[in-house]
Design a protein around this ligand. Structure first.
Ligand SMILES: [Ca+2]
Ligand SMILES: [Ca+2]
Ligand SMILES: [Ca+2]
Length: 395
């Protein structure tokens, strides 16, 4: 009978990332011009509740690149990606005219209640009428402010083509399957008077990433030799929509077979423990992996753990009943040192010694002359497992 041991590896289940909703033309490609929108985008009109522009002409952004459209006044710059970027003013001229030049797009396919990251790259495009060097973007879904990005600072002169790009991310929770996402340039200080106080912001490389919660939070997944089986066991801290687990096994760590399933708890916020026994494990090294499947048939895989089972065969113990010497003939797959313990009929360890054995068949001689007459049992311990052999009688 095999008793114990071995290899423990800890892991976390890999997170599952659903496919994100996307902007069409998130790279903001389009025709280079003043009062120009990137393809598939429209400007946020001055009539929009979130736009501060005082007139229609004051709400139209520019699609620009390093060649223009207005290099002399600094309305140009290096895109973050692709051939063009969007630039938009936030400034005030006189008492009556305020510019705020942003873009928006309706994005569909959101999952209500799911969190999404809006990722954008921003820069400051200084222009001759907008020389403020720090600014942000305000992002809205429908009329709700998602957030104002942390500001970016440019130390470049207005006629430079080289602007510092920085990544910003804002998170929101979808409340409908479709939202209008708006981007409006926003000064980070109260003075928006041109030219020293006003800002021209650059925007490029927009994307949306969904943040799907882990369907389970796996605390551990372990394996352990136990008698003739491999015990696989795991525990979860939380479960969301968790249908069942599949236990998978592999001889080479590459090609896995399914060996069983265990029902999940569905939803849980307390620690739950699971166990599955592989009653017919491989000898030598083998690999185990846990697959979790939710009620929508979406699954995720744990890391892979390994277990080693050796294959010691006790061929003979003789003579039985024994005199002063007992011989154990055994077969093993490695050159190694084993420990032999001898127990009396009430389970007390009476003798123990180490023996070198060689790959193949070995015979070890155990001096049992000190034992009183009676019934004893032998346990053999390899570096990987423990084996208990049947009893013998000392004369
Ligand atoms: Ca671009
Ligand atoms: Ca500023
Ligand atoms: Ca300012």
């Amino acid at each position: 009978m095999r008793i114990s041991v071995l290899i423990f590896l800890f892991l976390h289940i890999v997170s599952f990332n659903a496919e994100a909703q996307s902007f069409i033309n998130g790279d903001l490609n389009g025709a280079i011009a003043t009062s120009s929108n990137p393809t598939s985008w429209i400007n946020v009109p001055n009539t929009d509740v979130n736009c501060q522009a005082s007139a229609a002409f004051a709400s139209t952004p520019e699609v620009i690149n390093t060649t223009g459209p207005d290099v002399a006044n600094g309305v140009n710059g290096n895109p973050f990606s692709g051939g063009t970027l969007l630039s938009g003013l936030h400034l005030k001229v006189g008492i009556f005219t305020t510019y705020q030049e942003g873009i928006m797009q309706t994005v569909t396919g959101f999952t209500i209640g799911t969190d999404y990251d809006i990722n954008l790259h921003q820069t400051v495009i200084k222009a001759s009428n907008a020389l403020d060097n720090t600014g942000s973007w305000s992002v809205y879904f429908d009329n709700t402010l998602i957030g104002v990005t942390a500001s970016t600072t440019s130390t470049m002169p207005f006629n430079s083509n080289s602007h510092p790009w920085e990544l910003r991310t804002l998170t929101f929770t979808a409340t409908a399957t479709s939202h209008v996402i708006k981007f409006l340039p926003t000064d980070d200080d109260a003075n928006i008077t041109n030219s020293a106080g006003g800002i021209r912001m650059g925007l490029d490389n927009l994307s949306i990433t969904s943040i799907v919660p882990l369907h389970i939070d796996l605390l551990e997944f372990n394996t352990q030799n136990q008698n003739d089986a491999v015990r696989t066991f795991w525990s979860t801290a939380t479960e969301i929509n968790n249908d069942y687990f599949t236990i998978m096994r592999s001889k080479d760590g590459l090609s896995f077979e399914q060996i069983g399933t265990v029902n999940g708890a569905g939803n849980s916020n307390s620690v739950l423990n699971y166990v599955f026994y592989d009653a017919y494990p491989y000898n030598g090294i083998s690999y185990y992996q846990l697959k979790q499947t939710d009620f929508n048939s979406i699954s995720s895989l744990s890391d892979i753990v390994s277990v080693y089972r050796d294959d010691l065969s006790i061929i003979n113990i003789y003579p039985n009943p024994a005199g002063n010497l007992i011989q154990v003939v055994l077969g093993y797959e490695l050159n190694t040192v084993i420990t032999v313990n001898i127990y009396n009929s009430v389970g007390q360890k009476i003798l123990f010694s180490n023996y070198q054995i060689n790959k193949g068949i070995s015979t070890i001689n155990i001096d049992v002359s000190s034992l009183a007459g009676g019934v004893y049992s032998i346990k053999i311990i390899t570096p990987f497992e423990e084996y208990v052999q049947q009893e013998f009688i000392k004369k």
